[in-house]
Design a protein around this ligand. Structure first.
Ligand SMILES: NC(=O)c1ccc[n+]([C@@H]2O[C@H](COP(=O)([O-])OP(=O)(O)OC[C@H]3O[C@@H](n4cnc5c(N)ncnc54)[C@H](O)[C@@H]3O)[C@@H](O)[C@H]2O)c1
Length: 471
């Protein structure tokens, strides 16, 4: 049989994954027409905005969209048409942690995946390859197949593939241009293998063949959870060691450097911080915990749960470092929080450590001024309202101010807390900042970002995560 040629791709979900991933497919495969659809009209309008004010900030993304939009890349809220026209459909909808019901707080909420799948079954009038791009619990593809087969029209067949996305926000475009690997899982039937070959041929337009890994469906689904769990585990491991450094006078940078030199460990992802955030690590580990519990593997569940618990501990620990250093009270004090995104080079705030820190400072009745180069004001208010359900937005606004530059944020404050590793914070005119602050002027670096010795020479009192110096 001749290999299946993919000519039209549809992506359901125009978010942080669907948007960049399919924009890059359009760029690298000019022969393929790519349509990205979403129910959220405002998001689609932003993707189509004439001045390329895209709904997500990602370095290099606007250039990819500029090169392809209106040629072979389209954004639309007409989900049904996108489905009907495509021969390959990515399902790239959100899979947040369940907030209520069975598995609340751990399991993945799969209702977006299910409703997208039901829509495909209801609308498709020809055979499709359906690709699970969202991160899902192991064996979700089986549920998708059951729904599709039970609802499909005569003559339509659906082949399900798992193709988890490994991009990291902030480096999404370079990750997509040059991925460590592309993983495709399929049923090991002839039809499954043919569908897998069709998707592999799309990626082969720019990804070297040896980096396109083909495996069974369930291995593919589990590999995504496993990769995120291992990455987050490295952060929690180094953060656990950062607490020991602070108590002993050791320096976490030196420890990480020494440990990372071991070729069996490697140097990446060993940077101590105020804690990891983002939409994936916590959610995916909790998902793995839930899966382990469902499989009656309580010790395995407890092992992975500890990675998340350590992260919570690290955030609490950093808030306490601030309070302790500011003479055991921050009530009525003025603190600048630099950074609100969960990491640099993204405007994404999901699970951002900055939210936990500000929530703790609010509980201590401090006044907080926030500056982030990319996060929208409305997003900050929404996140803080959600994090502090016992406060009204008016009450929050009495204690929190949002400003538009780091210098403005720091003016007349008693302390600066660095919550996100934006490069511009390293390059602030620290002498001017110092001159304009209330003394003693404190800097709390939760991201190992600043040159602490230089700041100390200016006169700041500096506390850096994972360094044993006493103030
Ligand atoms: N964000 C990341 O860094 C990242 C990395 C790898 C994998 N993932 C996974 O990819 C998936 C998507 O993540 P994201 O960050 O892009 O989420 P997101 O919330 O940014 O985007 C999901 C989009 O899907 C849309 N949607 C939901 N249901 C729909 C439906 N039935 N029809 C049409 N549109 C629908 C939503 O409106 C939303 O715009 C998740 O499973 C996530 O775990 C995320």
């Amino acid at each position: 049989m001749a290999p299946i040629q993919v000519k039209k791709v549809c992506c359901i979900g125009a978010g942080y994954v669907g948007g960049p991933t399919c924009a890059v497919i359009a760029l690298k495969c000019p022969q393929i027409q790519v349509t990205i659809v979403d129910l959220n009209q405002a998001r689609i309008d932003a993707w189509n905005s004439p001045d390329f004010e895209l709904p997500i900030y990602e370095p290099g993304l606007a250039d990819v969209v500029k090169a392809t939009r209106g040629k072979n890349l389209f954004f639309s809220s007409d989900v049904d048409r996108g489905i009907q026209e495509a021969d390959l459909i990515f399902v790239s909808v959100n899979t947040p942690t369940k907030k209520s019901g069975v598995g609340a707080g751990f399991g993945a909420d799969l209702h977006y995946v299910e409703s997208a799948t039901r829509r495909i079954a209801a609308v498709a009038s020809s055979s499709k390859i359906v690709v699970e791009k969202s991160t899902v619990p192991c064996r979700t593809a089986e549920s998708m197949r059951t729904i599709l087969e039970a609802n499909c029209k005569p003559g339509c067949r659906f082949d399900i593939l798992s193709n988890p996305e490994f991009l990291a926000e902030g480096t999404a475009i370079s990750d997509l241009f040059n991925p460590d690997r592309v993983l495709i899982g399929s049923l090991q039937t002839q039809e499954g293998k043919d569908a897998c070959a069709a998707l592999a041929s799309v990626y082969a337009n720019w990804v070297p063949k040896e980096r396109i890994l083909t495996v069974g469906l369930w291995s593919s689904e589990l590999s995504k959870l496993a990769a995120n769990a291992m990455l987050a585990q490295r952060i929690s491991s180094i953060n656990a060691l950062s607490a020991i450094c602070e108590a002993t006078g050791a320096n976490i940078d030196e420890v990480a450097h020494a440990v990372g030199y071991d070729s069996r460990v490697g140097p990446k992802f060993l940077r101590a911080s105020v804690g990891f955030g983002g939409s994936c690590f916590q959610k995916d580990i909790l998902n793995l915990v839930y899966l382990s519990e469902s499989l009656h593997l309580p010790e395995v569940a407890a092992y992975w749960r500890q990675v998340v618990e350590l992260n919570e501990y690290q955030k609490r620990r950093f808030s306490k470092i601030v309070v302790d250093a500011l003479f055991n009270t921050i009530t009525g004090k003025h603190i600048a929080v630099l950074g609100f995104a969960f990491k640099a080079d993204t405007g994404d705030t999901r699970e951002s450590p900055a939210i936990s820190l500000i929530r703790d400072f609010l509980a201590e009745r401090a006044y907080i001024t926030v500056y982030d180069p990319k996060v929208e004001e409305a997003q900050i208010w929404m996140d803080l309202s959600e994090a502090c359900p016992h406060l009204t937005l008016d009450q929050i606004k009495r204690q929190v101010t949002i400003v538009h530059s780091a210098l403005e944020a720091c003016k007349s404050k008693e302390a600066i807390v660095i919550a996100t590793e934006w490069k511009e914070f390293r390059e602030i005119d620290w002498q001017t900042v110092y001159n304009n602050m209330t003394k003693p002027a404190f800097v709390f670096d939760g991201r190992l970002l600043v040159d602490a010795d230089k700041l100390r020479r200016i006169g700041f009192k500096v506390k850096v995560i994972g360094r044993g110096e006493v103030l």
